[in-house]
Write a protein that binds this ligand. Structure first.
Ligand code: SAM
Length: 195
């Protein structure tokens, strides 16, 4: 049973596979150690399809970790189609090509595993980034959020994401979340699908 054995991020990857196609442009708004960026690169780029992943993180260390994971795990051709930026995700529009639309924007909130726990996503910039992502998304695209509620500020940040989603018009958006009812501190998955 998929929710029993898999981590929240793995469940998110399963949903991505249903939506993302080879050749798509996608955004990883929180690269961290690069696991999500790598998963996305494998979904959009192959020998024929030249999709593109735009990855960002506010920490240079995270961008370096992501870059070395990609260097190790992708061939040189695939690696060319992942662009990384040390920038706050609220500014994602500045690093994307003009007028581009994207299939997916992924957020994995919180802090860098193994890094400085003070450098954490926060409600204000997360909300700005969600608003930017909403404008960039193609019909048939998805915003995916993994929100952590176990650390200080995490629950508040999740509530911001939740109310942003709850206010989107139901004729244009299908918004859902997955929450572990018997594990209240487990990460919450939020998916905003644009019709
Ligand atoms: N996706 C990552 C992976 O697969 O390893 C894990 C991401 S980690 C949970 C959250 C990341 O968000 C951290 O690396 C942190 O530096 C980054 N971050 C925090 N605030 C940010 C912001 N305003 N803009 C972009 N990234 C931010």
């Amino acid at each position: 049973y998929m929710f029993g054995q898999k981590k929240a991020t793995e469940v998110a990857h399963l949903i991505w596979k249903l939506v993302v196609q080879k050749g798509d442009t996608v955004v990883d708004a929180t690269c961290g150690n690069g696991n999500d960026t790598l998963a996305l690169a494998k979904l959009v780029v192959d020998d024929v399809a030249k999709g593109c992943v735009y990855g960002m993180d506010i920490q240079d260390d995270a961008i370096q970790n992501t870059s070395s994971l990609l260097d190790q795990s992708l061939d040189r051709n695939q690696r060319k189609y992942v662009k990384l930026f040390s920038i706050c995700h609220s500014r994602m529009v500045e690093v994307l090509p003009k007028n581009i639309s994207v299939r997916l924007v992924a957020f994995n909130l919180g802090y860098l595993p193994g890094g400085d726990k003070g450098l954490i996503t926060n409600s204000a910039t997360t909300l700005l980034a969600l608003k930017a992502a909403k404008e960039l998304l193609l019909p048939g695209g998805i915003i995916s959020v993994v929100a952590y509620v176990g650390h200080p500020g995490g629950r508040e940040e999740y509530e911001i994401v939740r109310s942003f989603a709850a206010e989107l018009p139901a004729d244009k958006w299908v918004c859902s979340h997955i929450q572990m009812l018997n594990k209240p501190l487990a990460p919450v998955l939020v998916f905003l699908f644009k019709r």
